[in-house]
Design a protein around this ligand. Structure first.
Ligand code: FES
Length: 86
C-alpha cells in the first residue's frame, strides 16, 4: 500500500525506514522521502511509528519475561543441584 502519494513511498518502505532507526516523522522523511512534500501522509507515518513502538515494547516485555523464566529455571536448577550434592 502506498503511504505517500507525492513520493510514491509504500508502507513497507516506511516500516523499513523505522526498522533501520528512524524514530520521528522527520527522520522517516529523511530516510525514504515519505512526507517530504504536501504533508497529507504525516498522520499515516506517525501511526506507523506508533505501531512500531507498541511492537517494540511488546517484544521487550516478551524478552524480559523469557529472561525472568530462564533466571527462575536456572535458580531452581541450582537449588536442585545443591540439594542433590548435600
Ligand atoms: S502524500 Fe506524502 S508528502 Fe504528500
Amino acid at each position: 500500500m502506498i503511504v505517500c502519494l507525492c513520493n510514491g513511498v509504500s508502507e513497507s518502505r516506511v516500516q523499513a525506514a523505522i526498522h533501520e532507526g528512524a524514530s520521528t516523522r522527520q527522520q522517516v522523511t529523511k530516510s525514504c522521502h515519505a512526507g517530504g512534500d504536501c504533508g497529507a501522509c504525516h498522520g499515516s507515518i506517525r501511526e506507523l511509528l506508533a505501531e512500531a513502538r507498541v511492537t517494540e515494547r511488546r517484544d521487550l516485555s516478551r524478552g524480559a519475561r523469557t529472561q525472568q523464566r530462564k533466571d527462575r529455571d536456572s535458580g531452581l536448577l541450582d537449588i536442585h543441584l545443591r540439594g542433590a550434592s548435600a
